[in-house]
Design a protein. Structure first.
Length: 136
């Protein structure tokens, strides 16, 4: 993939896809070199999402202003929290179970993130199976 040069000896491509959950067919996809940040395309990709739809991001994408905009449009979103995310627990959502270790409501406390996302978030810590091994 000469068009997707990422490093001196490495090439990488990524795909952003919008999937229609009624038909499970893609509405559109963007395939491009992996040398740009996901936030570059995310706003445009999510602009047409309707209330009740879901968006899944990897943890490389954290733009709390965009995420708050999705919430206010009643678009559900899921991402993996970064290890250094600063927050305080403000309530318990549901009780822990064997696989759900923690399910709490949080408020961001980092100066920029708290300003960009003023609403509460739900943080779930769970045991999941990845490649046959359980991980938290």
């Amino acid at each position: 993939m000469d068009w997707a040069k990422h490093r001196r000896r490495k090439a990488a491509a990524k795909c952003h896809m919008r999937l229609d959950l009624r038909s499970f067919l893609p509405r559109f996809a963007i395939v491009k070199a992996a040398d740009t940040h996901d936030a570059t395309e995310a706003w445009e990709l999510c602009s047409g999402n309707q209330s009740g739809e879901f968006v899944v991001f990897d943890k490389a994408y954290i733009d709390f202003r965009d995420l708050l905009s999705l919430k206010r449009r009643e678009v559900f979103w899921v991402t993996q929290a970064k290890e250094n995310m600063q927050y305080e627990v403000v309530g318990e959502h549901t009780r822990a179970t064997e696989k759900i270790l923690r399910d709490v409501r949080i408020r961001l406390t980092g100066s920029k993130s708290a300003k960009d996302y003023s609403d509460k978030l739900r943080l779930i810590e769970a045991i999941v199976e990845i490649h046959g091994k359980e991980k938290t």
